[in-house]
Write a protein that binds this ligand. Structure first.
Ligand SMILES: [Zn+2]
Ligand SMILES: [Zn+2]
Length: 344
């Protein structure tokens, strides 16, 4: 075992002991990695809106107590049996994709992202709101040296989701791409879209984020409170892709008429109400609506390396693990600028 830390000492974790329960800071024994697992000394873990699934018990089958967290960055400090491709001391991250079964119809076609039995850290097993975490090797992404743990963490869910959705959207360099919502996802989406060579339109509610959107790489800002954003997009020629990051079905519905010919509404902001669209809206101009969820650890590595290469940086507020409840409340308030990250 590398390092001087003994595995018998207790560690601190932030757990939820029942659906709707509050965060509890408790001590647990540092776990031993099993076959095909590594133990990660967690350095930072982003707080994602989807952590509400664990906190509020909105995902079926969660066993409590459960430790949330799927934006994990740290250092491998012990290898389980049978692990050969990773080494202790290596910097790694774990995102939404916490492991695939390797046997379902999607996996048999190599489509691990859509594994029927996808494991999700913080939901299927304990996530990153703790000092030491176990993860299966198929969940690991290597973190480039120049990225700090606190900066890498949000790239493992918010970052990969925007990066991967955009690079699979079909938009080409020079195309008009709108990013709706200047928040945890959107502030990264604008940066990636700009670095991909798109003509980027930032769309937010109110004029408050106009200057920031332009600083992040938008060449145009549309205030959706001041008038129809769809009409404003049509005046620019119509969007090839609209990346809908704000978790509002109403705002997504309002954007569809802003798509140009063969345009695509790319949905990544998770909401449970219905997008409203008429068949005629889709038929006219052959428009499409597509959803997208995160990606595999290989996609995470692409995201991290691209961010390092091009200088994409998440804007973060950090809280110590002991103040997980406060950090979570800050994220839920919508006032954070823009991702909240726990540091251990
Ligand atoms: Zn997430
Ligand atoms: Zn599978």
């Amino acid at each position: 075992m590398a390092g001087a830390k003994a595995a018998v000492a207790p560690m601190k974790v932030a757990q939820i002991s029942k659906p709707g329960g509050d965060f509890e800071i408790v001590e647990r024994e540092i776990p031993k990695p099993g076959v095909g697992q590594v133990r990660i000394q967690v350095e930072a873990c982003g707080i994602c809106h989807s952590d509400a699934l664990t906190k509020e018990g909105l995902w079926p089958g969660i066993q409590y107590p459960r430790i949330p967290g799927h934006e994990v960055a740290g250092i491998i400090d012990e290898l389980g049996a049978g692990v050969s491709a990773w080494k202790t001391g290596q910097r790694v991250g774990v995102g939404w994709h916490g492991g695939q079964d390797g046997t379902c119809p999607s996996c048999r076609r190599g489509d691990f992202r859509n594994c029927r039995n996808l494991k999700i850290p913080g939901i299927s097993y304990d996530g990153g709101y703790q000092q030491y975490m176990l993860a299966p090797v198929e969940a690991l992404a290597a973190i480039p040296e120049s990225l700090s743990a606190a900066e890498a963490a949000p790239l493992l869910c918010a970052g990969i989701t925007t990066f991967n959705a955009l690079r699979h959207s079909g938009a080409m360099p020079g195309d008009l791409v709108a990013v709706v919502g200047i928040g945890g996802l959107g502030h990264l989406g604008i940066q990636f879209a700009h670095k991909f060579g798109y003509r980027v339109v930032g769309i937010g509610r109110g004029s408050g984020n106009a200057a920031l959107a332009k600083k992040l790489g938008a060449s145009v800002y549309i205030d959706s409170k001041a008038g129809s954003a769809a009409e404003a997009l049509q005046r620019l020629g119509g969007a090839q892709v609209i990346l809908a990051t704000a978790p509002s079905a109403k705002s997504m519905s309002e954007m569809i008429d802003g798509l140009g010919p063969n345009g695509k509404l790319m949905v990544i902001g998770a909401a449970f109400d219905a997008i409203e669209v008429t068949p005629v809206q889709l038929i006219t101009g052959s428009r499409t609506i597509q959803g997208w969820a995160a990606g595999t650890p290989a996609d995470s590595e692409d995201t991290l390396r691209f961010a390092e290469l091009t200088g994409v940086h998440p804007m973060i507020e950090t809280y110590p693990l002991e103040r997980a409840a406060e950090g979570y409340a800050r994220m839920m308030s919508g006032d954070a600028q823009f991702r909240v990250v726990l540091t251990m």
